[in-house]
Each structure stands twice: as C-alpha cells, then as structure tokens.
Design a protein around this ligand. Structure first.
Ligand SMILES: Nc1nc2c([nH]c(=O)n2[C@H]2C[C@H](O)[C@@H](COP(=O)(O)OP(=O)(O)OP(=O)(O)O)O2)c(=O)[nH]1
Length: 200
C-alpha cells in the first residue's frame, strides 16, 4: 500500500485506503508546508463543533484549531486554540493527519487532528467561533425519534469532512490528502485508516 500514499503524508506500510478519487492525474506540487491543528470534543454520543465567524472556512462548522505558532509544538497549539476558540481546556489525543493544497496558494496545509473525551471550563462563544453540540450518532437505527441534538451538519462543513469525521467519531486513526481547486471543489483526494497495533 505504501506506493499509494500521496506526497506530503508520511509513508507507512500498513494503511487501509478508505476512499480516493478525482479528475486530476497528478497531485498538486507545493513549495512549503504550514502546520495547523483541529480539535474535536466527543462526549456522551455528541460532538462539539464551532460555527466559524471569520477567516479560512468562514460560515462553516468545524473543530477548533488554527496555525501552529513558532516555538510551539502541534499538541501545544491544539490545546491553545481550543482554549482561545471555545474557552475550554482538554487533554487531547492525536488521531489523524490531513494534508491539503489549494490552487493559487503556494503552500500546503498539514493539519494534525485531535480528539478529547473530557474538558474543563465552560464552553463559550468567542470572536472566532460559535460552539454547538451535535449528535455523533451515525446510524439511523441508533437515532432517537426526537433527538436532543441535530445531526452533524455536513452540508455546512468542508467538503472533505464526510470522508474522515466518521472515522474520528469511531476512534479510528486516519490520514488523508485533498487538492482543492480555486472554486473550493475537491480535485483529487485519498483517505486511509491506520489500523491500531494489537499492543496499542
Ligand atoms: N474540517 C476541516 N478543517 C480544515 C480543512 N482545511 C483546513 O485548513 N481546515 C482547518 C485547519 C484549521 O483548524 C482551520 C484554519 O485555521 P485558521 O485559519 O482558523 O487559523 P488561525 O486560527 O491560526 O487563524 P487566525 O486566527 O490567525 O485568523 O481550518 C478541511 O478541509 N476540513
């Protein structure tokens, strides 16, 4: 499987491809990589998302995250961004890597994705994000007749999120790459699950 892992992602011998496609033959070249984080809180079958009020991904729901600042590790940045954007502190577990390019942006985005099952503090709306809980239930048979929380609003999220968010919710580590066109459409994509080792 190693040969199918797109450039930008670490080679690994034991990934299981979950989706791939697109019209482009070749992956888009990139000159530089910028590090980002994205953190999700999952608790009691619900997931915390934020409605982004400004910047990249404005008017879309997402996890909480942003750029890794100089002198900071990705894990430190993830904790800081969750605190800045939702007002809470959590112990985060790394659960995925996403790699994006966008036509006309010379650098690529490496996004470390984190998950937490507990947090401390009070969730607040901030300048950047309006937090909201959604149901993390995935099968209709598990669904309540009158669910307390709305289903995940995939239609108001980045178009690649349905490929990996279900894996995150199931606690299955993943990697993926998407090349976006200037219209924000996915031109080429590849996603895989990383099976956990038996002694993990
Ligand atoms: N769910 C999802 N998130 C994405 C995708 N692409 C992408 O950059 N992101 C995330 C990574 C970051 O969490 C976020 C963008 O970071 P940001 O622009 O808010 O960074 P920042 O907070 O440092 O920016 P700022 O405060 O300086 O304006 O969007 C995607 O395709 N799907």
């Amino acid at each position: 499987m190693t040969q199918s892992i797109p450039p930008g992602l670490q080679e690994s011998s034991d990934v299981i491809e979950t989706a791939s496609g697109g019209t482009s033959q070749e992956w888009m070249p990139f000159e530089q990589v910028k590090l980002y984080t994205n953190a999700f809180v999952l608790q009691d079958n619900k997931i915390l998302l934020g409605y982004k009020k400004r910047g990249l991904g404005k008017d879309l729901y997402n996890g909480f995250g942003g750029k890794v600042e100089p002198g900071e590790t990705s894990a430190e940045a993830a904790v800081r961004e969750l605190q800045e954007e939702a007002g809470i502190t959590a112990t985060l577990r790394h659960c995925g890597v996403l790699f994006f390019t966008v036509t006309d942006i010379p650098y690529a985005f490496h996004v470390d994705v984190y998950i937490a099952s507990e947090y401390s503090g009070t969730i607040i709306e901030t300048e950047e994000m309006r937090p909201q809980w959604f149901s993390a239930t995935q099968s209709t048979s598990e669904m309540d007749v009158t669910p307390e929380f709305l289903p995940i609003p995939y239609e108001t999220m980045w178009t690649d999120d349905p490929f990996w968010l279900p894996l995150l919710i199931q606690g299955r580590p993943f990697v993926g790459r998407v090349d976006f066109g200037s219209d924000n459409c996915m031109q080429k994509w590849w996603f895989a699950e990383i099976p956990s080792s038996p002694d993990a």
